[in-house]
Design a protein around this ligand. Sequence first.
Ligand SMILES: O=C(O)c1cc(=O)[nH]c(=O)n1[C@@H]1O[C@H](COP(=O)(O)O)[C@@H](O)[C@H]1O
Length: 279
Amino acid sequence: MTTLAPFGARLRAAMDTRGRLCVGIDPHASLLTAWGLNDDVQGLETFSRTVVEALADRVAVLKPQAAFFERFGSKGIAVLERSVAEAREAGALVLMDAKRGDIGSTMAAYAETFLAPGSPLFSDALTVSPYLGFGSLRPALDLAREQGCGIFALALTSNPEGHEVQRAVGADGESVAQAVLRRLAAENAGAEPLGSFGAVVGATLAEAGVDLAINGPLLAPGVGAQGATAKDLPRVFGASVRNVVPSVSRDVLKHGPSVQALRAAAQAFVDDVSTVTNA
Ligand SMILES: O=C(O)c1cc(=O)[nH]c(=O)n1[C@@H]1O[C@H](COP(=O)(O)O)[C@@H](O)[C@H]1O
């Protein structure tokens, strides 16, 4: 099995050639219904296949949200496995949105699930929660580095409730989110053109209020259904905006099941992002 180039380099190349966008594959029950599908495994399969067919050959990143597949049990996970493989085959980078986080010994098993080549759910990158302590992520960070994969750690999430934890300030005056960002920057030290260890920072924030210069990608969910727009990105991310990967799920997915309409919606976001970030 050939080792992949570092994720950060693969992501930078994908953003340069395909534009800057991550589309989430979030098969909400309401979206299945809106697409004229049943809220069952067959509906899930058709939905996910359609999104992959429409977008995997053109958007930089596809981000399946594992929860929407897990709710159908083993059959749903089988759909997720196929979706990941087909999306990667068509050229998209797959960011598995599973937000795993646990004590180190268990984190190692999560890392093997998503980041070990040959695993049925092998993905290019994984979202993780650092709230059992950043050090507990070590097995995932190490396996990702070894295999050319990426990690996205939650720093400042798009939901308002996140701030009570993430904005909390320690005795040394540093916020929890800033500590996560500082540790990510250390993981990315010296990496070119971009590190592989990213942060999740919601596009919905009034302001970041932290140092985002981590030399790694910044996944920005919250664009679209949660109220943020491409125009918010320069304000929230400042000079780090060039490393931002905006993430949209429902505001693209609602245009299905038409493949053409899904493509047009994704392209409209890519164009908006390029207008504001190249201005
Ligand atoms: O890690 C994420 O992707 C994520 C982090 C965050 O802070 N906020 C957030 O909304 N997300 C995910 O991004 C997606 C947002 O979906 P839409 O609001 O439909 O665009 C969902 O899959 C969320 O689980």
